[in-house]
Design a protein around this ligand. Sequence first.
Ligand code: 5GP
Length: 183
Amino acid sequence: MPFYDPKKIEVMIEAEALRERIAALGREIGDVYRGQGELVLVGVLKGSFMFLADLCRAIDLPAEIDFLGVSSYGDAEESSGIVQVTQDLTKPVEGKHVLIVEDIVDTGLTLQYLVANLSTRRPASLRVCTLLHKPANCKNEVKLDFVGFEIPDRFVIGYGLDYKSKLRNLPFIGVNVGEGPPF
Ligand code: 5GP
């Protein structure tokens, strides 16, 4: 028996599909930034840690890695629209090409805040890469430059995304089904 209840999790994106798509995204990103100067990948904590770990190894460039910690949900499944910064970047990004690496864009409110915040720091360019996008809920016009998968409007867990702070270590993207928690 694994650490989760397989009967209560419907797999939406298998680990192998994640691997393949991320390899392709890495090549795409490498092609855009090659020869352009310094690249900083800014992972948005906590959800993007696993995606960033795999994505950065698929990008054939000497990128810097930094993190921004934000919290917009608490433990609820609905976006509050209030973004709390829990951890700032460790270094200035002025003059560097910044790629924001997100786990998921749902309402887009978190991203809208991040783009506004980072653009005041005078990066050479600012782009966005998200593993998942739920187009159904988008409330703003922030441009997504690289998207792994467009998904339906369901609350997903795993591969960095949490179920009440747990199950970020599931190796695939899934949905909790049936009664009760999936572990
Ligand atoms: P947004 O501001 O775009 O509505 O939400 C962004 C953040 O909400 C994401 O970075 C993620 O932390 C959380 N979030 C949005 N949708 C989901 C989901 O389906 N599952 C989980 N676990 N978190 C989500």
